[in-house]
Design a protein. Structure first.
Length: 428
């Protein structure tokens, strides 16, 4: 099936390239010419910044309450467990319902969760089990929100601007990763006491959802490139249809193999960075925010370079994954804050080469009618595998140490990429 647009696309003059340096710079942001995408992108930039602030505050709160790597690994596992269990269901729902409506529902739900978290901390009633329950609730929201937001991008911009839109999404995500943790760390450090600072961060996140909801309400539904809904049928059948497509399509399965390895053992920064900060580098809350900012800066530079890329290849995916794995191993053995910061910048850059390549290759390959289900599997492997990796890192760090655990994870990432290379060689 093809995407259909109820209204004519924007006039050709809107997409006309400008001459000179400004025109070349603007080329990396051409997806923002589309009004609907521009509204969504700006709202997401503000909201994602708030979400990173909350994530930083949540992790620091758990460490202060428990001083336990295991507890931090457990809260991360609980937050991502629903993504592991429910992402595929979210993909089926995404292919059946209005993506615009679904995104609005998930954003309202996230606002309520953030407000409840803020109220518990501000009142001083917060306990560890509250954090566990709220993390689980956030995970349920994310399980639906992730695939629908991924699939919604192509409805906002069409295929013409898709590669650039994926890169700009990574740019906003990683820009938020720089600003959010840094601001949260400063807010917590500058408050009269720890709970007051964390409560202020959580309130700021709740307010940030107003921006994305305002953007969603201003979107013109008639200008969306809407994919026809998948045929009605049993949810299990629709789910198996998506999995069967992935299994019999080598170009898609190759991407999934790499994503499974890096997503499970490499992309666990919500656990890795607090552990590095608290148990290897021994920094304060501001230092922890700084480490997150280093990683986010490298990711932002990577996303910016990707925005000017005209073509994404499998070679780019594999190369980014190998470099990412090696850099993770170097981060594991570093005990110097400055050196670790530089390595995290490079790690963020390599991570974006991997993640944007994987996302773009899937978006361009998958049929429109299967987009939600295939992207839900991508999100399951990329983010839903975090309970496995997070729990593994938290548990092993208690036994063999943080650095040794991260070095093992780097080796497992390389092993997975090697398996993907063998699969590619056998299927060519």
């Amino acid at each position: 099936m093809r995407l259909t647009n109820v209204k004519s696309p924007a006039p050709a003059a809107e997409a006309r390239p400008e001459a000179g340096v400004l025109g070349r710079l603007a080329r990396g942001f051409h997806a923002l010419q589309v009004r609907n995408y521009r509204l969504f992108w700006v709202g997401q930039l503000i909201s994602q910044t708030g979400s990173w602030m909350q994530r930083t505050a949540q992790d620091w709160l758990v460490l202060q309450l428990t001083h336990s790597p295991f507890a931090l690994g457990l809260v991360t596992a609980l937050q991502f467990l629903p993504v592991l269990l429910l992402s595929l269901v979210g993909g089926v729902i995404t292919d059946r319902w209005s993506k615009h409506r679904l995104v609005t529902i998930t954003q309202v739900s996230a606002l309520v969760q953030a407000a409840l978290f803020a109220a518990l901390v501000a009142s001083g009633a917060i306990q560890l089990w509250h954090v566990y329950v709220l993390a689980l609730l956030q995970g349920i929201i994310t399980a639906i929100d992730n695939p629908v937001r991924q699939a919604f991008v192509v409805e906002l911009v069409g295929r013409e601007h898709l590669v650039n839109a994926v890169a700009l999404n990574s740019m906003l995500f990683n820009g938020a990763r720089i600003v959010g943790p840094a601001v949260a760390g400063l807010m917590i450090a500058g408050a009269s006491n720890l709970l007051a600072g964390i409560a202020l961060v959580l309130v700021a996140n709740a307010v940030s959802f107003v921006a994305v909801l305002a953007g969603l309400l201003m979107i013109d539904p008639a200008a969306l490139w809407v994919a026809p809904p998948a045929p009605a049928g049993n949810m299990g059948q629709r789910l198996l249809e998506g999995l069967a497509y992935v299994w019999r399509t080598p170009a898609v399965l190759l991407v999934m193999i790499v994503v499974a390895a890096i997503g499970t053992f490499g992309y666990n920064f919500s656990v890795v960075l607090p552990l590095l900060s608290g148990f290897v580098l021994h920094t304060s809350a501001a230092g922890y925010g700084g480490l997150s900012a280093f990683l986010g800066f490298g990711s932002l530079v990577g996303a910016l370079s990707t925005a000017y890329t005209r073509q994404v290849t499998v070679r780019r995916l594999i190369g980014g994954s190998i470099v990412f794995s090696i850099l993770l191993g170097l981060v594991a053995i570093s005990t110097n804050f400055t050196l670790s910061g530089g390595l995290l910048v490079a790690l963020g850059f390599a991570g974006i080469l991997f993640s944007t390549s994987a996302n773009t290759l899937l978006q361009l390959t998958v049929p429109d009618a299967l987009r939600g289900r295939v992207l839900s599997l991508y999100m399951l492997l990329f983010a839903g595998s975090t309970p496995i990796g997070g729990f593994l890192i938290g548990s092993l760090s208690n036994v063999i140490g943080v650095s040794e655990t991260l070095l093992l994870c780097a080796g497992l990432c390389l092993l997975g990429v090697g398996g993907a290379l063998v699969y590619r060689w056998r299927t060519q």
